[in-house]
Design a protein around this ligand. Sequence first.
Ligand SMILES: Cc1cc2nc3c(=O)[nH]c(=O)nc-3n(C[C@H](O)[C@H](O)[C@H](O)COP(=O)(O)O)c2cc1C
Length: 229
Amino acid sequence: MVEGMVMERYTAEELAGVYRAIRERRDVRSGFLPNSLPEDLVLRLLRSAHQAPSVGFMQPWRFIVIRSRETRQAIFEIFQDARAQEHQTYCEDRAELYSRLTLQGILTAPLNICVVCDCESSRGHSLGRHTMPETALYSAVCAIQNLWIAARAEGVGLGWVSIIDPERAKRVLKIPRSVTLVGYFCIGYVEAFAPEPDLERAGWERRLPLEEVLRSETFDQAWRGIDPQ
Ligand SMILES: Cc1cc2nc3c(=O)[nH]c(=O)nc-3n(C[C@H](O)[C@H](O)[C@H](O)COP(=O)(O)O)c2cc1C
């Protein structure tokens, strides 16, 4: 065995903690407390994100930490426009339900983070990206998942805001054209985490049973019928 390698198993308690954080992670966009997050906590979360796997060890993620009210206000306005456009794509009951959803906490959370991906970075020497260049983006999403789970374990809520025009948001944040905005997040302490997704509670969508998304050996053509009619 290589010196320094770790082989001992996690204790039952440690294991339970890992599964608990995964199970209890929630997308949070309301109920944020105004308290600012300590600097060392924010660094711990970002360090967890930075420990994510990446194709060719490319580490293409870049994190922009946003506290400025002015910047958040600018992003909020971009959200409002995108939300109004998305709202128009729904009819009748769905549109009514959509209008009642809270879909962001950009101004109510004390902290926002934007995760971008430099897909053109030569770090990692293109290993693993010749046939699947999109794996750079997948790597950035792995970092986001780490951030999300670490936040939950720390009692910090995190909400993903994808209802924004990324090109407009990039201009606000001075992100170069060649860099992809992967995710925009609102982050802050919360009093409590909901036991199930907000969208489930609101009647927007239900969680699929694992059995419905699991088959052996090959794709199940019946999966095409999994979508609501
Ligand atoms: C890529 C991505 C984008 C998302 N964008 C939004 C968003 O713009 N607004 C929102 O309210 N939730 C957003 N969500 C959160 C989902 O609605 C949420 O993950 C889902 O309803 C399941 O809930 P849970 O994360 O609490 O388990 C996003 C989640 C992902 C993974």
